[in-house]
Design a protein around this ligand. Sequence first.
Ligand SMILES: [Fe+2]
Length: 322
Amino acid sequence: MAVQGLAYLVTEVAEVEAWRSFVERVLGAQLVENADGLTVRLDERAARLLLRPASADGPVVAGWQVADERAAHELAGRAGAQAVPGAAPEAAARGVEGFIGFEDPSGQNLELCWGPLDAATPFCGARPHGGFRTGELGMGHAVWSLADLGVARSFYEEVLGFRPSDFATVPGPLYFFHANPRHHSLALGELGFVGLHHVMVEVLDFDDLGRSYDAAIEGGWPIISSLGRHTNDHVTSFYVRTPSNWAVEVGWGGLLIVDEASWQVRELTEGPSLWGHERTWVSDEMKVRQRELRHQAAAENLRAPLHLPAGMPADVEGVPLR
Ligand SMILES: [Fe+2]
């Protein structure tokens, strides 16, 4: 009985027009407009990101998928939480049969949902797009900065059933957890604020990562972490700040944890990135420290294998270069 993956995110946004441009140009995802606001599709699912227009940006609510309604109530009960059932129209907007909402120990709202529903039409990106890596891996991963990491870790691990992947101390304490073969669906850190730091969406085709990077640079979107490669999930990615101040990591080539029994939880002493990921948002001291770690990784000839995502749709082949 545990969370199976990240199903969706819901939030209120002040800058609707900027979001429209961000989703279509930077992510190349599919935008569906409806009475509630903007719904972002990444795949066959009806909704992966719900953006509700408001006078100010609101906190981001994560929708975590569980097996069924019984599992949702059992997990909420284990949390000792007062769970609020989601109304039918709200469930429909999220593309699920149902959900319940409650707070984690840090006061962050979360939802447990079941019965995912596909949209009536196939996914169609805002530009020709090879698609996002979702399915049993969920929509991606979310990284939260919280105030009391000890309490939060035991809640997500012991109550919601996330399994530890690994942990780091640079650029700050960060603990990574998986809920399916994706290396992490959740990471928790203490980064000096409470809220979502970023969500990662993974593209199936490497060229879509580059096209998102181009679009972010051309559009003047703040790139808070340059192109780089992570030491733990081996993802090649960059991070761009959304109009709501939290970031999206656009990534490619994530490692999967296929054999739970042999997986070893370790500290990432080599730092967060094999190369790149020059972060604008850390202190000057931390920038120097991270550069030192990358120099050391290069000097020690540290490398990671490439993980070519399986199951790319046929149309990702696009038009071959001649
Ligand atoms: Fe990430």
